[in-house]
Design a protein around this ligand. Sequence first.
Ligand SMILES: [Zn+2]
Ligand SMILES: [Zn+2]
Length: 391
Amino acid sequence: MTQLELGTETIQTALSLFKWFHRHPELALNEFETTKKIREVLESHRIDLLPNPLNTGVFAKIGGKKPGPLIALRADIDALPIGEESGLSYASETPNRMHACGHDFHLTNLLAAAIELKKIEHQLDGTVLLIFQPAEEAEHGAEKVVNTGLLTDVEAIFGLHVNPELPTGVIGVKVGNFNAAVDRIFVTFHGKGTHAAHPESGNDVIVATGEFIVSAQSIVSRNISPFEPSVVSITHIESGNTWNVLPNSSLLEGTVRSFDSQVRAKIKERLQELADGIAAANGITNEFRWVDGAPAVVNDHRLTKIVERVAKKQGFEVTELDPSMGGEDFSCYQQIIPGTFFNVGVGCAHPVHNSKFKVDPEAFKTSIPLFVALVKAYFEGSASDGQTILS
Ligand SMILES: [Zn+2]
Ligand SMILES: [Zn+2]
């Protein structure tokens, strides 16, 4: 396998598309203009679009001219409710909307790779499914895509995310745990409100709330093995509205992050027990609600090694990343097929989800050929019974 390089025309196309997408950020499930633009670009290159029962997002297919496996490449396409302060000449044209997580980079990268793959379609020993996924930041986009049944018969899936902490030219990979499962909790304590000067005449839900906040922190330190990463964070509390009234109720909201499914279940169980126990001890009632988010991203060993090997061949420096307690719904695909999710360095002083976040467009020069090379390497590896690339 020789190093793939892009012509200046492809780079120019990618850059102008990237700027257009960056100017036009749209929130989860509202990516209508983005969807239209993606379809236009794919159609103009005669790439086959597939039916999509969802209102936004695009599915397409390249290859199938020769027998071979079906693999998927995924890019997310939604933006965030953030007012952009990047100072870019092509900054968001919509107030309080911004591509601050680099999904404009991801989708442009996949579009440009698709254009390149289409040029060599007759040489491909297999078929590539392109997934332009809506709603990664909210609204369970990956789960919706999986529920369409689109991924039946797909044998491997690849996805990437920009990483501002890595310089341009660096790829971050990790076998196994990559992103944590993201769950959400709500606890409400209900009691009998009373005069603050006469607490004995009612219940104090504020004290119960404080006990819950402190006790919840004991779960990770006392109930979970120190070798299993997990986080419980209470992030939102609401109760009362003045200084001399003990209120009737109190609400807590928070998030739980974990990798292992048994750890995840244990934390849920203990939070429920604590809420029940604290309510009983204070003579009040409670409601406990756990909302499952995306499971953990756990990268397939074989596919991660393919990315590592191809990235090195493409001239990238490859670094092994630590797992992140942040979530990614790429994990929904990994529930049904092997997949690997990796990071592309786009060197930026500001983190994702920051109003000053921006990517280095130079990164396209290497990330687009990387996606193309990955597809070719996978098919070549499969065609030669795995010996060339899959070892
Ligand atoms: Zn994000
Ligand atoms: Zn993201």
